[in-house]
Design a protein around this ligand. Structure first.
Ligand SMILES: [Zn+2]
Ligand SMILES: [Zn+2]
Length: 370
C-alpha cells in the first residue's frame, strides 16, 4: 500500500498551498522564511524594502540573505504539479533585483554630505559601544544620520569612515569622521548594544533623460561661476578669513568638472551643497543638506542648490551688508536714546526698530519669503 493518497485534487492543493500571499499568484522560486511561510523570493526581496515582518504572520524576520535561497523541494513540486503555469511564471519573471544590503550602526546626530568631515566627542555609553564596534570593521565605518524637520530620523544618511580616533582613559572617544557614501535605510531597529542598526542600500541618482541631462549640464556651468563669486563674497565678508573655508575646500577636494563631456551633475550638485552648507556651518546659506542628500534626481538637486546659492549671494551682497551695518548702528543708537529718554520716546524707538528690522532681515527670513 502506498503512503500517498491516490485521489489527489491538484487544483485544490495548489489553491490552498501553492499561492504566494504577496503577489497572489502561483509561487515562483519559493523561499521559505524562518517563520515557515513561503513566498516567491522576488516578492520577499521587494517586501523587505518596506518591512522586516512576515506578511502572513507578522513575525519579524532576521538574517534573510539579499538573494533568498529557493526552497528546491517546493519549487520542484510546484513545477511538477502545474508545469505550464510554473513555466509561464518563470518566463514573465524579471531578473532578481537584489541590491547588496549592508548592516550599519547609526549615530543619530546630523546630516552629512559626501566628503564632509566632522569631529565628534563620543561620551554616551551606547555610542561608545558603536565606535568600539565600528573600529572592528575594515575600514572603520558607521552611519551619521540626522532628523527630518518633523524630528523623525531621516531614511537617508552618509556612511562615514573614522579617520582619526583617540580613546580617553575613561572610555570616551574623540573621533574625526569623513562621509564616504550615501545610503538609504531599508529597515532599522535598536540593537542589543543600545544604538540603532540599519540594513541599508546604496543611494545614487536615477539616470536622467537627454533633456534633463542637457539642462543639468547648463545649470552646472552657470552655477560654477556663481560659486566663485560666492567664495569671493565669503572671504570679503570675513567668513573666509578664518581657516574654516580653506579647510572645507581642502576636505571636498577638486571641484567636479563644470563643462564638457565629463560633467557629472550628481557629483557637482553634492559638491556645491556641501560647500555652501559646510560643517560646522558658516551660517550664510539656507540649510539644504537633507534635501540634497535624499534627492535622486540630479537636476532637482542642482535647482535646489541654485536657489540656495542665489539667496546666499543676496545675503552676502556687499551693498546689502553695508545697509545692514548702518541699520544695526541706527538700532543701537535708537536703543541708547530710548534708554536715556525713557518712556516718552519709547514709541519712537519701537518705530525705528521696526523700520530697521525690515531693512536688516536675517537670511532665514529671506529664505522663508521664497
Ligand atoms: Zn509572490
Ligand atoms: Zn510567517
Amino acid at each position: 500500500m502506498s503512503w500517498w493518497s491516490s485521489n489527489v485534487d491538484v487544483p485544490a492543493i495548489l489553491e490552498s498551498c501553492g499561492e504566494c500571499a504577496i503577489c497572489c499568484e502561483l509561487l515562483y522560486e519559493p523561499f521559505t522564511a524562518p517563520c515557515g511561510h513561503s513566498f516567491c523570493r522576488r516578492c520577499v526581496v521587494a517586501s523587505l524594502r518596506h518591512s522586516a515582518k512576515c506578511p502572513s504572520c507578522r513575525t519579524t524576520w532576521q538574517g534573510i540573505p539579499a538573494a533568498p535561497p529557493v526552497n528546491a523541494t517546493l519549487a520542484a513540486l510546484l513545477a511538477r504539479l502545474a508545469p505550464e503555469a510554473y513555466a509561464a511564471r518563470g518566463a514573465a519573471a524579471a531578473p532578481l533585483e537584489h541590491k547588496p544590503v549592508a548592516r550599519v550602526g547609526l549615530f543619530v546626530l546630523d546630516h552629512m554630505l559626501p566628503k564632509q568631515r566632522m569631529k565628534i566627542h563620543v561620551f554616551e555609553p551606547r555610542y561608545r559601544r558603536l565606535v568600539k564596534r565600528s573600529l572592528e570593521r575594515d575600514p572603520p565605518t558607521f552611519g551619521i544620520v540626522g532628523a527630518t524637520p518633523d524630528n523623525v530620523m531621516a531614511s537617508v544618511f552618509c556612511e562615514c569612515e573614522i579617520v582619526e580616533c583617540t580613546e580617553t582613559p575613561d572610555g570616551r572617544y574623540f573621533c574625526e569622521c569623513v562621509a564616504r557614501r550615501r545610503r538609504r535605510i531599508a529597515r532599522d531597529w535598536v540593537g542589543d548594544d543600545g544604538f540603532r542598526v540599519a540594513c541599508v542600500e546604496d543611494l545614487a541618482d536615477d539616470a536622467a533623460g537627454d533633456a534633463d541631462a542637457a539642462d543639468a549640464a547648463r545649470l552646472v556651468t552657470d552655477l560654477d561661476g556663481r560659486l566663485d563669486l560666492w567664495l569671493r563674497r565669503c572671504r570679503a565678508g570675513g567668513w573666509g578669513a578664518s581657516a574654516t573655508l580653506d579647510a572645507v575646500l581642502d576636505d571636498l577636494g577638486p571641484r567636479p568638472a563644470a563643462a564638457g563631456p565629463a560633467v557629472d551633475a550628481e557629483a557637482y550638485g553634492l559638491y556645491a551643497a556641501a560647500l555652501i552648507n559646510p560643517l560646522p556651518p558658516l551660517g550664510v546659506a539656507p540649510e539644504v543638506r537633507l534635501d540634497a542628500l535624499r534627492a535622486t534626481d540630479s537636476l532637482a538637486r542642482l535647482r535646489l542648490v541654485d536657489r540656495a546659492l542665489a539667496l546666499s549671494l543676496r545675503h552676502l551682497d556687499p551693498q546689502r551688508r553695508a545697509t545692514a551695518v548702518l541699520a544695526n548702528g541706527l538700532l543701537r543708537l535708537a536703543r541708547a536714546a530710548a534708554a536715556l529718554l525713557l518712556a516718552p520716546l519709547a514709541s519712537a524707538h519701537a518705530a525705528v526698530a521696526s523700520f530697521v528690522s525690515r531693512v536688516a532681515r536675517p537670511i532665514s527670513d529671506v529664505a522663508g519669503s521664497q
